[in-house]
Design a protein around this ligand. Structure first.
Ligand code: ZN
Length: 133
């Protein structure tokens, strides 16, 4: 009788040339390691083993760590639309503080916020400060 052997890897992309780390027995272990490494995916491998202990089939399923990954790669760019001064921030509130100080020190300057993620690049966040008020 054929049986299936399952194990988990942490990996950084779904491309053929990806970095993988593992194996792990459980998804939890693989996820933990992926998060530590800043990887966005875990990979579930299923080896279907035949009667003579040969691998008959390899299946792999990628699972994206959606809730964590985008945050890890996210950077916030503030840029003043008036004078061009800019800065990079890790956290929302730091971007807000930077904008508040800049607009306080330079009256009528308007700071725009851009969000940078690995998958989408730079993207402007519209109405960002109305949301925080
Ligand atoms: Zn300015």
């Amino acid at each position: 009788m054929a049986y299936t052997e399952t194990f988990w890897m942490a990996c950084d992309s779904t491309e053929q040339l990806r970095a993988e780390y593992g194996p792990f027995h459980t998804r939890g272990e693989a996820e933990l390691e992926a998060r530590k490494l800043g990887f966005c995916y875990v990979l579930r491998y299923e080896h279907v083993i035949g009667e003579k202990d040969e691998i008959q089939e390899v299946r792999c399923i990628f699972i994206e760590l959606a809730s964590v990954a985008p945050r890890m790669y996210r950077k916030l760019h503030t840029r003043c639309a008036t004078c061009g001064e800019s800065a990079v921030h890790e956290e929302n509130w730091r971007a807000e503080v930077w904008a508040d100080i800049h607009e306080f020190e330079h009256s009528r300057h308007r700071v725009r916020l851009f969000e940078q993620t690995r998958s989408e690049g730079l993207k402007e966040v519209g109405d960002w400060r109305e949301n925080c008020a």
